[in-house]
Design a protein around this ligand. Structure first.
Ligand SMILES: Nc1ncnc2c1ncn2[C@@H]1O[C@H](COP(=O)(O)OP(=O)(O)OP(=O)(O)O)[C@@H](O)[C@H]1O
Length: 402
C-alpha cells in the first residue's frame, strides 16, 4: 500500500494505486471511473513494455492483467509471460488476471504462475470492486504487521490473550492492557492497531505529560493511563461521550483493582469493558525460550555476529530468572550475549535474582531505574539527579539492560 509519513513520523496510507493492463482504451476509461469512485487511483498500460515501465517507476499496489492484450491473441501466452516478469520484479505484488469465459484453463495456469485471483470478462462491477478492495485490504494488513516488530507468542497464556486481542482488534472497542513494565503492552497495542485496518493514524500519549487531548481522532494509545491527571481524565471521558470518538487503548503497569481505584468512574465505564492482562515473563517459560531463540537470531543478523549457542543448561538458567524488566530485560541480555559472545552477564543476573539480600549491583540498578522512571526515561534529567554524566548513565543503562 502506498504510504507517506505525517509530521509525527507515523506512516499513514494514501490512496491505493492499481495498474490495469489492457489494450482496449474504452475498457480502461470505464475501469478508471469505476475505481476512482471508490478512492482508488488507476494507471494504465496497453502492452508489456509499458506495464513493466509503470511498475518500475510508480508505486503500484495491485495489477489487473488482461491475459490477451494484443488484438487477435487468445492463447493468454503473452499475459502469462508478463505475469512472470512482473513477479520477478515485485515478488509480493498481487496480480488479478482478467480472462474471457473460455479462458478457465488459462486462468488456472495464471494462478499456478503466482496470480492472486482471476476475474471473468465481461465482469460484474460490484464483484470486481469487492475482489480488488479485499485484496488491497489483505495486503495492507500484512504490510502493517510486517512494519511492527514481530510479536513472539509461544506460551498458552499469551496465545489466549493474543487471540482475544486479535478478535477485538477489528472492533473500535476501547481496551485496557495491564502488565508489568516491559511485558509487551505497547507491542500488543500496536498489533491491535495494525490488525484493526483503521487507516487513521495512531497517536501515542504519555499520560503523565498529557496537558491537552490531541485534535485528531484515530487511535490513541495512552501509556500509564493511571498517571493521567484527574481533570484530564474527566476531559477524556467527555470526549468519549461524543458521537465520533477516538479509539482508546489504555496501558497500565497497575493490576486491575488498583487501576480501577485511580480511574475516574465515568472514564472507567468507557474504558474498562475489556481488560487484557499480560502475565509477567517469569510465569511464561515457553515464551522465554521462544523469545531467546528469536532475539539471538535477530541480533546476530543485525550486528553481523555469530549466534551464541543456547544449550540446555543456559536455557534452564534463563527460565529460572525473575526478569524484573520482563521481555525488555531478556532482550537486553540476549543482545549483550550476541555482542560479547559470552553469557557472563546473564549468569550474573541470574545469581542476583536468586539471592535474598540485595547486592550493590541490585541497589545501583534499582536507583537508576527509579530515577529514569521518575523522569519519564529522560536521560538528561535522570543523570542530573543521580550525579552522573549522560554517557556514564548510558553505560550503566546498557550494563543493566534498562
Ligand atoms: N511477545 C513479544 N515478542 C517480541 N518482542 C516483545 C514481546 N513482548 C515484548 N517485546 C519487546 O520487549 C520490549 C518491551 O515491550 P513493550 O514496550 O511493549 O513493553 P511495555 O509493557 O509497554 O513496557 P512499559 O510499561 O515499560 O512501557 C520491546 O522491545 C518489545 O518489542
Amino acid at each position: 500500500m502506498n504510504m507517506f509519513r505525517n509530521e509525527s513520523g507515523e506512516a499513514t496510507p494514501s490512496a491505493p494505486c492499481i495498474l490495469f493492463v489492457d489494450d482496449d482504451p474504452d475498457v480502461q476509461v470505464a475501469a478508471r471511473l469505476l475505481f476512482r469512485r471508490r478512492g482508488i487511483d488507476m494507471l494504465s498500460a496497453c502492452g508489456t513494455e509499458e506495464a513493466l515501465t509503470q511498475l518500475a517507476s510508480s508505486s503500484v499496489d495491485l495489477v489487473l492483467l488482461d491475459l490477451n492484450y494484443t488484438k487477435g491473441m487468445t492463447t493468454g501466452a503473452e499475459g502469462l509471460a508478463l505475469l512472470r516478469d512482473m513477479l520477478v520484479l515485485r515478488q509480493d505484488l498481487p496480480v488479478i488476471v482478467v480472462t474471457g469465459h473460455s479462458g478457465v484453463t488459462i486462468a488456472v495456469a495464471a494462478m499456478r504462475a503466482g496470480a492472486t485471483d482471476f476475474v471473468m470478462k465481461p465482469w460484474n462491477n460490484e464483484r470486481l470492486l469487492a475482489l480488488v478492495e479485499g485484496t488491497l485490504k489483505r495486503r495492507q494488513t500484512a504490510e502493517a504487521l510486517e512494519a511492527e516488530p514481530a510479536m513472539i507468542v509461544a506460551s498458552g497464556e499469551l496465545r489466549c490473550l493474543v487471540a482475544e486481542a486479535d478478535r477485538l482488534a477489528v472492533t473500535r472497542a476501547p481496551l485496557i492492557i495491564t502488565g508489568a513494565a516491559g511485558a509487551g503492552k505497547m507491542l500488543l497495542a500496536r498489533r491491535i492497531h495494525a490488525l484493526s485496518q483503521e487507516s487513521d493514524p495512531v497517536t501515542i500519549i504519555r499520560a503523565e505529560e498529557c496537558e491537552a487531548l490531541p485534535q485528531e481522532s484515530g487511535t490513541w494509545i495512552f501509556r500509564n493511563i493511571d498517571a493521567l491527571s484527574v481533570p484530564m481524565q474527566r476531559r477524556l471521558a467527555d470526549r468519549l461521550d461524543e458521537r465520533v470518538a477516538p479509539r482508546i487503548i489504555a496501558l497500565s503497569s497497575l493490576e486491575q483493582p488498583a487501576l480501577e481505584a485511580v480511574l475516574d468512574p465515568r472514564l472507567l465505564l468507557h474504558l474498562g469493558m475489556v481488560v487484557l492482562s499480560l502475565p509477567p515473563l517469569c510465569e511464561r517459560p515457553d515464551d522465554v525460550m521462544a523469545l531467546s531463540a528469536h532475539f539471538l537470531r535477530y541480533f546476530s543478523i543485525r550486528h553481523g555476529l555469530a549466534e551464541p549457542v543456547l544449550d540446555e543448561e543456559r536455557s534452564r538458567i534463563l527460565c529460572r530468572e525473575s526478569w524484573p524488566q520482563n521481555v525488555r530485560g531478556l532482550r537486553a541480555v540476549l543482545e549483550r550475549a550476541v555482542l560479547t559472545g559470552t553469557w557472563g552477564t546473564s549468569s550474573d543476573a541470574s545469581e542476583t535474582a536468586t539471592q535474598g539480600t540485595p547486592t550493590l549491583r541490585d541497589t545501583e540498578r534499582s536507583l537508576i531505574e527509579t530515577a529514569l522512571r521518575r523522569h519519564g526515561f529522560n536521560v538528561t534529567q535522570a543523570a542530573r539527579e543521580l550525579g552522573l554524566t549522560r554517557p556514564a548513565l548510558y553505560r550503566r543503562m546498557a550494563r543493566y539492560g534498562l
